[in-house]
Ligand binder design. Structure first.
Ligand SMILES: NC(=O)C1=CN([C@@H]2O[C@H](COP(=O)(O)OP(=O)(O)OC[C@H]3O[C@@H](n4cnc5c(N)ncnc54)[C@H](OP(=O)(O)O)[C@@H]3O)[C@@H](O)[C@H]2O)C=CC1
Ligand SMILES: O=C(O)C1=N[C@H](C(=O)O)C[C@H](O)C1
Length: 233
């Protein structure tokens, strides 16, 4: 399969290695705005760039009828508009806040636990994410997905908020530390004990492999998808 990499930083480079090992051809490695010319006719685009450029990048690729796998976080206010553009152009789009198999299993575990905790009024709930100091967005896309999973399954919460919360808000604490690839925890605390579920990424390889697997899966599809569709979770 021909893959264009839009964004060629920490993630783009690892995706390049893994996709090449899996027999794919990388036809573009872009650190600038994609165009019909510089994309070089790929079957799929994998987009890991910056929050402020993601919308425009994805839009351009979809308008050229190229399916897009997007891992860039911090641009979600435009996601609905992008999903509309994918449908109008009869192509495919998949956003994943986190492409690793482990985190997608963790998402399912988090939703199950949120449902179990919905009547346990003695417990408060909080999320924590720890990432490297270069990360531009906070909270992480993964923490937002975890918060949304809790809100869907526990009527005690209606919205998430960074740090100090009131009423029905679910608090997310974002910590930036050294070169941490990505650690996410969900805590339920009472006066007498604590339940914690935690996912720790040891490196970025799991994110990159998941993005390539998603690209292989989406190649001839049309519509908007998530990693749940890819992994059958
Ligand atoms: N969903 C997931 O599983 C994961 C998501 N992420 C997310 O992916 C994104 C990228 O992460 P990471 O690779 O670590 O970040 P980096 O900062 O290492 O890479 C970003 C890349 O985008 C390039 N870039 C700058 N402007 C443009 C543009 N207009 N069009 C295309 N590319 C451009 C940068 O080029 P230059 O260096 O020249 O500025 C750089 O190569 C982040 O939003 C991060 O949160 C990260 C890991 C996993
Ligand atoms: O910026 C990162 O590095 C990561 N970003 C994603 C996020 O915002 O959740 C995924 C992963 O945690 C690494």
């Amino acid at each position: 399969m021909k893959i264009a990499l839009v964004g060629y930083g920490k993630m783009g480079k690892i995706i390049d290695e893994i996709a090449t090992k899996r027999g794919h051809e990388i036809v573009a490695r872009l650190k600038e705005t994609p165009t019909a010319e510089n994309l070089n006719q790929p079957d799929v685009v994998i987009e890991f760039s910056l929050p402020e450029v993601a919308f425009n990048n994805i839009k351009t690729c979809l308008e050229n009828k190229i399916p897009v796998i997007c891992g860039t976080t911090g641009w979600l206010e435009h996601k609905e508009a992008i999903e509309k553009i994918a449908i109008e152009n009869e192509t495919a789009f998949l956003y994943g806040s986190n492409f690793s198999l482990g985190v997608n299993l963790f998402f399912a575990l988090n939703e199950k636990l949120a449902g179990l905790m919905k009547n346990a009024d003695e417990y408060s709930c909080q999320l924590e994410e720890i990432h490297h100091i270069h990360k531009l967005d906070a909270p992480s896309g993964t923490a937002i997905s975890l918060a949304e999973g809790i809100i869907r399954n526990n009527p005690k919460f209606s919205a998430w908020k960074l740090e100090n919360t009131k009423g029905n808000e679910l608090g997310i604490f974002a910590i930036r530390e050294d070169e941490v690839p990505g650690t996410h925890s969900v805590f339920y605390r009472s006066e007498v004990d604590e339940i914690e579920i935690k996912h720790t990424a040891f490196n970025r390889n799991g994110f990159a492999l998941g993005a390539v697997v998603a690209a292989e899966w989406i190649k001839d599809k049309k519509g908007n998808f998530t990693m749940k569709d890819v992994l059958g979770l």
